[in-house]
Design a protein around this ligand. Structure first.
Ligand code: DLL
Length: 445
């Protein structure tokens, strides 16, 4: 058994000069059979590490056979880890190292209930910055360029996660954090960043503020947008790419697994997010039965960390619904790609008995001409029979026919909803993760 993380587990091949398309070509284009061997070795290490150090996993893993010979098969027999397990062990019940070995804490956004605290050793921070460096290179960023980082700095993993990965790639960082939107535009004019990292909803607000200030994308050096931390659609991509004059890609991650950098689209294909499978083992399961889903089928993403020391996660149920595409990608990376997040199981709206995800509504809504990308979904009426109203601002005054848009949305989504075109500026602008669903129902009487 390995007492410590495998020596040189990452095999870095950092190139700090010249044009980088794939940051770690050795790992990112590795033959699938070799990658699977590597996953087995790292998974076996993780299972031992967790069993020996985390009481929660000791109980689950003590009787497990085949940890060394068949770790992937052994994994299938293990129960899932849920967000509620992390809450039950709050704050540090999952810690697998001594406090003295921890170098950083973060916490998840915690919009529902208690937040979950996550911890990193130095080795974990190195791995994290490595995957973010890969992700930024996949997005098209190059050593020597500059990134304006408008993800919030603090307990949220977006700010510091993107920051460290950019520095590892050799990119200069403007640590703008979220907010101060006019200043963000000024910084983009004065310091000419090549890339912007933000939530898509905040990037949209930055683009709108530019427009109000009379700044056009031609005056900026911006070429790349790295957007994630919340669901967004192809329609939103078009709004952001044209508004900012960039190529925009989707970055995914979650605090429990590491933060941003679990997966990213490559700028060459913009068709699915490459998962860094040498560090994160992915499964897609039926959320009800737990059975494995076939490629192409939508299910819940379950992730197992393969090198994390401070808080290994085994079969963590992300709640995020995706499908997997194992086809090779034109960019040359051999990792599997996951679809954009279809939604979270706990974000699903039930409209008169029909299920719909906010992201599906956005997809259909933003494919329509005349809409701006500023919208929100409001529950109205009596709680016994609530109505879903889509509030949307129009691109120009008079550009939208409310009734025709409602008919189109109902037909495309099979859901009974109505549309209200609202005045410009009515929808609150987001500086982080947007709140899309608002409750305006009458009080229960
Ligand atoms: O949002 C990490 C992150 C920061 C990702 C910056 C990308 C960029 P948490 O706050 O723990 O971590 O929230 C994780 O956010 O389970 C998803 O539901 C959602 N999420 C993250 N990325 C995406 C994305 C960060 N690209 C939760 N598309 C996840 C849709 C996303 N949802």
């Amino acid at each position: 058994m390995l007492a410590v993380a495998p020596a040189d587990p990452f095999g870095y091949h950092s190139r700090r000069e010249g044009y980088v398309v794939i940051w770690d070509r050795g790992m990112e284009t590795m033959e699938r059979s070799r990658l699977e061997d590597l996953q087995r070795t790292r998974l076996s290490w993780t299972l031992h590490w967790a069993r020996d150090r985390v009481p929660f996993y000791r109980d689950r893993l003590s009787h497990l056979k085949g940890l060394d010979e068949h770790p992937l098969e052994a994994l299938q027999d293990l129960p899932f880890t849920h967000k509620s397990d992390l809450r039950d062990q709050y704050p540090l019940g999952f810690l697998a190292v001594s406090r003295g070995e921890v170098r950083r804490f973060h916490a998840s956004s915690g919009t529902r209930g208690k937040p979950t605290v996550v911890a990193y050793t130095e080795h974990d921070l190195t791995m994290w910055s490595e995957v973010v460096a890969r992700a930024l290179a996949a997005a098209g960023m190059q050593p020597g360029q500059t990134l304006q980082n408008a993800y919030g700095y603090g307990l949220f993993t977006g700010g510091l996660g993107l920051h460290a990965g950019a520095e590892r790639l050799g990119v200069a960082v403007i640590p703008a954090s979220g907010g101060g939107t006019e200043r963000q535009v000024q910084l983009m004019l004065d310091l000419a960043p090549d890339g912007l990292a933000a939530t898509p909803s905040y990037a949209l607000y930055i683009a709108e503020t530019m427009h109000h200030l009379g700044v056009s994308s031609d005056q900026l050096a911006l070429k790349t947008g790295i957007f994630g931390a919340e669901p967004w659609s192809e329609g939103m991509r078009e709004h952001l790419e044209s508004g900012l004059g960039i190529q925009a890609v989707d970055i995914y991650g979650l605090s429990e697994i590491t933060g941003p950098g679990v997966a990213i689209e490559c700028v060459e294909a913009k068709a699915g997010l490459h998962v860094f499978e040498d560090f994160f083992y992915m499964e897609v399961i039926d959320p009800k039965t737990g059975a494995r889903k076939a490629p192409g089928e939508v299910g819940e993403l379950v992730l197992t960390t393969l090198s994390k020391e401070a808080m290994p996660m085994i079969r963590y149920r992300t709640g995020d619904l995706v499908s997997v595409n194992p086809e090779p990608c034109i960019c040359g990376r051999t990792s599997m790609r996951m679809s954009r997040i279809h939604g979270r199981s706990d974000d699903m709206l039930i409209v008169r008995g029909v299920n719909v995800f906010p992201s599906e509504i956005e997809r259909v809504l933003l494919s329509q001409p005349g809409v701006s990308a500023h919208y929100q979904l409001c529950w109205e009426g009596h709680p016994s029979r609530p109505d879903l109203v889509v509030e949307i601002e129009e691109a120009q005054v008079g550009a939208l026919d409310q009734g025709a848009l409602a008919i189109h949305l109902r037909a495309a989504l099979g859901v009974h909803l109505s549309v209200r075109v609202v005045a410009h500026g009515h929808i609150p602008r987001s500086q982080g993760k947007a709140i899309r669903v608002i409750n305006r129902m009458q009080e229960e009487s």
